[in-house]
Write a protein that binds this ligand. Sequence first.
Ligand SMILES: [Zn+2]
Length: 659
Amino acid sequence: MTEQVVIRKPDWAIDPAKMQSMADEDIDKKRKKLDEIAKTPLEKVSLQTLKDFEEVLGADDPLGYFLFIKHVSTNKEQRDAADEIEKDVRKFFNEIWGRKDLYDVIVQLEPEMESLEPEERTLLDKTIKEFRHRGAALDDDKRKEFLEIANNITVLQSDFGRVLNEITTTIPFTIEELEGVPPPVYENLEKEGNRYLCPLDYPVYFPVVNYAKNPETRKKMMIVSYQKGGKENSERLSDALALRERQSKLLGHSNFAEYVISRKMAKTPQRVIDFMNDLKERLTPLSEKENLRMRELKARELNTTLEDTKIELWDIFYYHEMLKKGKYAVDQNEVKEYFPASQVVEGVLEVYQTVLNLEFVEAEKPNIWHEDVREFKVIDKTNGQTLGVFYLDLYPRDGKFKHYAVWGLMDRRVKDGKAYLPMCAMVSNYEKPTKDKPSLLTHDDVETFFHEFGHLMHIICNRANYARFGLDGVLPDFIETPSMMFENWAWKEEVLSKLSGHYKDPKQKLPSELLKRMIDAKLLNVGTLQLRQVAYSLIDMFYHTERVDDTSEVFRRLFGEITGYEMLDEVRMDAGFGHFMNTGYTAGYYSYLWSKAYAEDVFTKFEENGFMNSKIGTEYRQKILAPGGSLDPDKMVKSFLGREMNNDAFMKSLGLDGK
Ligand SMILES: [Zn+2]
């Protein structure tokens, strides 16, 4: 029997003046309902009480998509309104989870936990834990303090992110200073006299850092980018760290990392630190060898002696590209010509449809916030059921979020026999098409596309009955697994021939010769690059386990100690690093490497049975994606693989021996 579904329609053109009052009304309405629930006589509390509570929280429209508007709207007034609303909404949720009266009602069900159906049992368990985790079970004084702190953190987070989204800094460079950078990257940029105004957006930033021959150009670009957010954001981070520390103490934990990680897969900060230190030890010898190879290259280029030659931070990507081009004959700019965005998008959609056994139907009259955006409906081919809606917003513009990310705008939930379908959006910043050239993607971009699309599918394929089990309900150290696993498809010839086609002659696919060389180059500088990930993870752990006075100094020092690359005193990367402020990733940057270990292992099943195998893909969808946050990730993985997870495939993916 097909399920009755409801597809919600956000009003993207909403009058900014109305947004605040709508949000206020929605919050009032929810608060009233919660007050009623809180008045339930304790002896009358039932499973329905829990369901009612969940429904108040889960029915997120219009608040869900309002929060997204902040990151993509072309209308500054809408973004400003959304920014204010975001703070209100988050404060409201802090308030809910800090309410002792609600907690006292819900906790009545705890003795009945074992008698509930699995999904309801998990819902109850997670709800009670969330209350406890967010202060509702504390004594009055502590509870009030906890709530106040949570609200202060919310404001800091919101302001921190806003500053980064709104950055319009440009760096002027002459054509001589840009030597080595492919002209299409800058020739359409605005000019000031004879200088091109280079923004920090990825489509300009990466090529400048990768190809500018003049080290001063690369250095300037990198330094300005690493100063993003400025002193104010460093102070916001520092304040947030102190507040989080206090929160964890109120709950009886010794530090913030212990407090958050206790609910994740990793369970303790020590396990994370051990995992990272082990990786650090294994990757360091690789990184040292790679450093020597880059030094040799630099010495040859500049005609200096090896002893006098040092690889600076802004040299890494430049020599990385040079090595790729020299040793492996892989020129990213040549590769790019085979990946026009339109071809890649169609190709990736096709691959996902085949593997997961889905059909994507593009909306003829899309309901969108900008003309570049595309809207799709997703249908499950096994039964014709509509699963959800996603949007693609791929190119940069002013005021838009600067990185790659996926937002869940509305979670799936079932109410009165009807499924309210999930809605989500992928936001990226690929090079813009010009008059005579389509948008061309690097192979990294293609891989990122597979990654982000994996997040989209995680949201869309959810079959849980409660919004709590949407993407936000997935354990943060598992959340990257499904998307990282799909990066593997970007390295398969069969896949790349589908989604490549030279922009001048689409029939010309990426030559398999070239792909083979790309695969050979895949592990180039893996030690150097992965050690950076280890460094970020360990900096994050340090921030959340130790006392930190100067976040910028700690960042520079630890980064230098771990990677062997010095950061200049004038940079403050901490101020531009959204992960340290983003709830899901605080004391959680490690999730990337942690999730990758799972992703590589899960992929072995596709490797063995065929990576375009819809049968395996459907099983994957049902066992790993459909439960969302309603099942324990270790159990899902075990059920899919038919065995316990291990790290062998992960180590191999890093060019290291297993065990
Ligand atoms: Zn991701």
